[in-house]
Write a protein that binds this ligand. Structure first.
Ligand SMILES: Cc1cc2nc3c(=O)[nH]c(=O)nc-3n(C[C@H](O)[C@H](O)[C@H](O)COP(=O)(O)O)c2cc1C
Length: 177
């Protein structure tokens, strides 16, 4: 059996989760840019940071899978908004449905973790995107603010780290099934 952990991470929080999981279960973790043959693996754990609803590198990497019938696929998203909030989970999953083939979306076991952000480290494009988004949403009436919007407003221009390795336990249970 050949297993792999793959991650899509721009600023390192998703990478931290992937590498910690790798250490705990002894499966190699590599960035999605370095995957050579995705079809060579039986069990694939994909970690991706959330960027404007998209899961970084996920669709590009997983669309290369030819036959998923004998594979175990676990997808883990890492974002800033509360991953236990039902509305947030719904939004993330609805976006994932668009990014993945139907059979793959239905087969994959999906988990959601919380990452972090450090505005001093963001590149120019991301800083600009966040600033435009912030200006657009900051004066919305309270009832119109989704959890994603609230998380974004609360953390705007700050450094926050919600990484919690204890959340990997459920994923480890799923991998060992
Ligand atoms: C431009 C931009 C867009 C983002 N979009 C989302 C989003 O749609 N939902 C969310 O929960 N977090 C969003 N985030 C927060 C990231 O998902 C969070 O910082 C995550 O920990 C990043 O992972 P990384 O450090 O591995 O790149 C966004 C951050 C940036 C900079």
């Amino acid at each position: 059996m050949s297993n792999i952990i793959i991650y899509g991470s721009k600023y390192g929080t998703t990478k931290k989760y992937a590498e910690e999981l790798s250490k705990r279960i002894g499966i190699k973790a590599i960035p999605f840019e370095k995957v050579e043959d995705i079809n060579a693996y039986d069990k694939i754990v994909y970690f991706g940071g959330l960027y404007a609803g998209g899961v970084l590198g996920m669709s590009k990497t997983l669309k290369k899978l030819n036959d998923i019938s004998n594979k175990t696929i676990i997808i883990v998203t890492v974002g800033l908004a509360d991953p236990t909030d039902k509305e947030n989970i719904n939004n993330i999953r609805n976006n994932m449905k668009i990014q993945l083939k139907k059979a793959l979306f239905e087969k994959a076991k999906i988990f959601h973790l919380r990452g972090g952000i450090d505005y001093s480290k963001l590149n120019f494009t991301h800083k600009t995107m966040m600033s435009l988004l912030y200006k657009k949403v900051k004066n919305l009436p309270e009832e119109k603010k989704t959890v994603e919007v609230k998380a974004m407003i609360d953390t705007y221009n700050k450094k926050v780290d919600f990484v919690d390795f204890s959340c990997l336990d459920n994923i480890i249970d799923e991998i060992r099934k």
